[in-house]
Design a protein around this ligand. Structure first.
Ligand SMILES: [Zn+2]
Length: 163
């Protein structure tokens, strides 16, 4: 007989955009330790919700209300099934979905776009605190380096370190 684990091994849900360019960089970021986010690799320990725009997709009034509802229903389900304790939101620069919602010139206007992403994760944090006040929240921004690769990570909203 083997000993029962102390608790469920699952720690967080990742919310991010469906943009093909960011999938690999985000996965590798989740699977290494990151100061200010997670102390060890989260490999096998997080659930994932991927939608156009990430936090923008579930906060911008341009997108259907059904998207928001689907997110929150899934979030309640991952809490129930997996016992996760944190929501990690990763938005990214040059986001086409952000352009759809706020104007096609926005993804090529870094300052303006960044402001929109900050507003979206701030609104998401507020909604989370009403729906699930016991869940930790952190938000990050993944931007491109001068070579055009998505390598530059900035913490937009700090949250509890995921151990
Ligand atoms: Zn995007």
């Amino acid at each position: 007989m083997t000993a029962r684990p102390a608790g469920p091994p699952f720690k967080a849900m990742l919310l991010s955009c469906f943009d093909p360019r960011i999938q690999a960089p985000i996965a590798s970021w989740m699977m290494r330790s990151v100061p200010g986010s997670h102390a060890t690799s989260l490999r096998g320990q997080y659930s994932q919700f991927t939608i156009a725009g990430g936090a923008v997709g579930i906060t911008a009034s341009f997108f259907p209300e059904a998207w928001r509802q689907t997110f929150w229903d899934n979030f309640a389900t991952t809490i129930e099934l997996h016992g996760i304790k944190n929501l990690v939101a990763v938005n990214h620069s040059n986001c086409g979905s952000c352009g759809i919602a706020f104007g096609k010139d926005v993804p090529n206007d870094p300052e303006r776009e960044r402001k929109i992403h900050i507003e979206s994760v701030t609104e998401l944090r507020q909604a989370l605190s009403l729906r699930h006040p016991d869940i930790g929240f952190q938000a990050w921004y993944l931007a491109r380096d001068p070579a055009g690769r998505f390598t530059e990570w900035t913490n937009l909203i700090p949250g509890p370190l995921i151990g």
